[in-house]
Design a protein around this ligand. Structure first.
Ligand SMILES: Cc1ncc(COP(=O)(O)O)c(C=O)c1O
Length: 393
């Protein structure tokens, strides 16, 4: 089939994608061709500040010399080996991640995505407890695979499988008493995002996470913190659940973990490790050398460049400067923020994109999501504030 005459580079890309890709994404009206730092360059010569970070992935921005060097050197040295052999680079990544995580969560299993991390965390909890019931929170998002989607609020719209693999009870995200009451001796696990991402950067009340921990302890259930979006320093802490002083049984991570290289992980509390036997979990690509080299480099850079402090500082700056124009308030934590908008967030997002600022939507029609790289500077925040003021209320 001939590609119809394209009117612009972006229309050309859209026409080519439509020929061989499934039409399942609503896409933004730009075609990125390269990027550096927080700047995306488009096919039609625009330069856009990235406040969306490719779904919270590009924690260190684009073209970071350390990440570029790490990937090239690892590819040249040892491109791939599976978990059939022990690798120094895998051991280093696991050690670095365990040291970054809250005390006690000292064993990692590497996978390829957030959904896969959650899938495996749920499997471990169901098997260890021998129970069949999982409690999840309203508005939570945990991924698109069978188990992860089963605990995702509203997934019946696209779930697709004929049945869920276990019983799921959804509880209100702001009712600590209701959550504690729902946890009983039939509960295998509670899964929650400490800061709900897709929902619009909605930070769970600390009392709710503390109540979940206490009730899980009373009834022998596992607490799973899905930190796929909120983790790796994005909340202003290494992992957001620590903000509530709570240690879960499992943390799942992905997105920022690889700084752009696909990798997920689950971190398990040491006292659960003894129950595992050879063959209980498995993956071909998970724990591959490229991914592990990137995990090591990302965490090392976050620590050495004091990027968690930078996250806290930029977050405060956004809260102080960006309640202007259509924005009536800021929610979330660190650089996982939701701007509450007086008019539909989609309109505000489109108006920002016209002004060369890329933001994200959310499940809340009045919340625009910000997930920028941690290397964001005050000047970029000033440009966002000026664009919002220009858009007007
Ligand atoms: C909190 C959370 N969990 C899980 C996922 C699924 O991750 P992935 O798309 O890497 O499977 C996402 C993706 O947006 C997420 O935000």
């Amino acid at each position: 089939m001939a590609i119809p005459e394209a009117r612009s580079p972006r229309e050309h890309a859209i026409a080519r994608e439509a020929r061989h890709l499934l039409p399942v994404y609503a896409q933004l009206d730009v075609e990125p061709v390269r990027a550096e730092g927080v700047w995306i360059h488009t096919a039609d010569g625009r330069r856009i500040i990235d406040f969306y970070g490719g779904h919270a992935v590009t924690a260190l921005g684009y073209g970071h010399p350390r990440l570029v060097r790490t990937l090239a050197e690892q590819a040249a040295t040892l491109l791939f080996q599976s978990n059939a052999v022990a690798l120094d680079v895998r051991a280093r990544a696991a050690e670095r991640l365990a040291n970054f995580a809250p005390d006690g969560l000292d064993h990692a299993f590497f996978v390829n995505s957030g959904a896969e991390a959650n899938e495996n965390a749920l499997r471990l909890a169901l098997r260890a407890t021998g129970r069949n019931r999982v409690i999840a929170l309203e508005h939570g998002f945990h991924g698109r695979t069978a188990a992860a989607a089963a605990v995702t609020w509203g997934s019946e719209r696209w779930y697709g499988f004929p049945a869920r693999p276990f019983d799921v009870t959804f509880v209100a995200r702001d009712d600590a008493d209701a959550l504690a009451a729902a946890i009983d001796d039939r509960t295998a696990a509670v899964i929650l995002e400490p800061v709900q991402g897709v929902a619009g950067a909605w930070a769970l009340p600390f009392e709710l996470m503390q109540a979940a921990r206490a009730a899980c302890d009373r009834h022998g259930a596992w607490l799973i913190a899905d930190e796929v979006q909120s983790g790796m320093g994005r909340s202003g802490m290494p992992f957001a659940i620590s903000r509530a002083g709570v240690t879960p049984d499992v943390i799942t991570a992905a997105k920022s973990l690889g700084g752009g290289f696909p990798v997920g992980a689950l971190l398990l509390r040491g006292d659960h490790v003894g129950a595992l036997a050879k063959g209980d979990l498995g993956t071909t690509y998970g724990g591959g050398p490229l991914a592990c080299a990137m995990v090591d480099a990302v965490i090392d850079t976050i620590e050495n460049d004091a990027l968690i402090d930078a996250v806290v500082a930029r977050s405060a700056r956004i809260a102080a400067r960006c309640v202007t124009g259509p924005v009536t308030g800021v929610q979330g934590a660190g650089l996982l923020l939701g701007l509450r908008t007086s008019r539909p967030a989609s309109e505000v997002g489109a108006a920002l994109l016209e002004r060369n600022i890329m933001t994200g939507g959310s499940a809340d029609p009045h919340v625009l999501r910000l997930l920028p790289p941690y290397i964001l500077e005050d000047d970029h925040v000033a440009q966002l504030a000026a664009a919002l003021a220009d858009i007007g209320a």
